[in-house]
Design a protein. Structure first.
Length: 71
């Protein structure tokens, strides 16, 4: 990592630590609660998208269910 980039990263960490130190306990809980809720929503959206992809692969190109041949 370049010296400039490392210094920038260290400055960002320092600013984040200062920001967190100035938050009240309630503000920290709210912040992390919102981040957690965002994570749950993102996971649900990804699951829905994946389910749609799976459904598309199980249907024919014309939208009808594909036929499964029995042996």
């Amino acid at each position: 990592m370049s010296e400039r980039r490392r210094n920038r990263s260290e400055e960002q960490v320092s600013q984040t630590e200062e920001f967190m130190a100035n938050l009240s306990e309630a503000e920290r809980l709210e912040l992390f609660g919102n981040l957690g809720a965002t994570g749950v929503v993102n996971a649900a959206n990804e699951a829905e998208e994946r389910a749609s992809e799976i459904a598309e692969t199980q249907t024919g190109h014309n939208g009808q269910d594909s036929q499964i041949e029995e042996l």
